[in-house]
Design a protein around this ligand. Structure first.
Ligand code: FES
Length: 136
């Protein structure tokens, strides 16, 4: 950040602070937040995604908040944001998705099978061409 830009931002931060507001950094070299799968591709020929080729396998995407499951050869995807309180990374799978935060369970179509959650996981569309999935 150049000196002039720093001074300009410092003045803006001071002004915002006077109103009880903060300024979030929006540097160009920051990575964007996960989008929930829009246009994201998954290559089933590389680890850890290759295990999704096996029927009844599942995966929490290592970098995105996305749950993937293979049911009978068809792969589905869901947002991993639990509809109860929003936990995103504490998932296990035993024929259905289990949120470790408070125990909600969701079947492989995303529907709630056991609360406290009351609404389904958000489905993410999946298209497949060979070993490449396109999500969203
Ligand atoms: S956040 Fe998933 S059960 Fe509460």
């Amino acid at each position: 950040m150049k000196k002039r830009e720093f001074i300009k931002r410092a003045g803006l931060v001071a002004a915002l602070a006077g109103f009880g507001l903060t300024l979030e950094s929006c540097s160009e070299d920051e990575e964007p937040a996960p989008t929930g799968g829009s246009g994201l591709t998954v290559d089933l020929s590389v680890s850890p995604f290759s295990r999704l080729k096996d029927p009844d396998s599942w995966l929490l995407h290592p970098d995105e908040n996305i749950l993937l499951v293979n049911v009978g050869g068809s792969i589905s995807a869901f947002s991993s944001a639990c509809t109860h309180s929003g936990c995103t990374r504490d998932w296990t799978f035993s024929g259905e998705f289990i949120c470790g935060c408070h125990g909600s369970r969701f079947n492989t179509t995303g529907q709630v099978t056991n609360g406290p959650a009351t609404s389904a996981l958000a489905r993410i569309s999946v298209s497949r061409e060979g070993d490449v999935l396109t999500l969203g």
